[in-house]
Design a binder for this molecule. Structure first.
Ligand code: HEC
Length: 119
């Protein structure tokens, strides 16, 4: 009886911890990366987009119609679209080849919390 209850208890604790770790940070493994400066589109985000996304999301044949060439386009996809979600979804990542490194994804996360600054 006691053993069964302890098992249940452990399962509940594990589930609580699991859901907690998934909701506290956009990027679990990048949560430990501290960026102690403001992140801007021009300096940090644009190079990530141009290097990793524009092969498929430029104005020429944009996949899914999604263009990520300008500040406004990237900001729109990050704030009202699924850009940040997809960049952190290991099961359905963008780029399709696999998740970018945690430091790059942490920059996008910080860009969001800084309020999507342009410069
Ligand atoms: C090799 C081509 C390719 C690359 C590189 C690529 N994408 Fe995509 N992307 C696609 C395709 C194809 C779709 C539509 C199918 C899907 O949603 O998986 C898509 C869909 C998306 C979507 C969801 C659909 C939408 O309209 O909002 C987002 C957001 C996105 N991509 C963002 C990115 C970002 C950000 C990068 C770079 C970090 C990136 N993609 C790199 C091919 C690519």
């Amino acid at each position: 009886m006691y053993k069964t209850n302890m098992k249940k208890y452990h399962t509940i604790v594990a589930l609580v911890l699991l859901s907690y770790s998934c909701t506290t940070a956009e990027i679990p493994e990048a949560a430990s990366i501290t960026i102690d400066r403001k992140v801007t589109y021009e300096r940090d985000i644009k190079p990530i987009m141009y290097t990793n996304c524009l092969t498929c999301h430029s104005a020429v044949n944009p996949r899914n119609g999604l263009i990520l060439e300008t500040y406004q386009q990237v900001k729109a996809s990050a704030s009202t679209g699924t850009l940040i979600q997809r960049m952190n979804d290991a099961a359905n990542p963008m780029p399709q080849g696999g998740l970018l490194t945690p430091d790059k994804r942490a920059l996008v996360d910080k860009w969001k919390s800084d309020g999507y600054l342009e410069n």
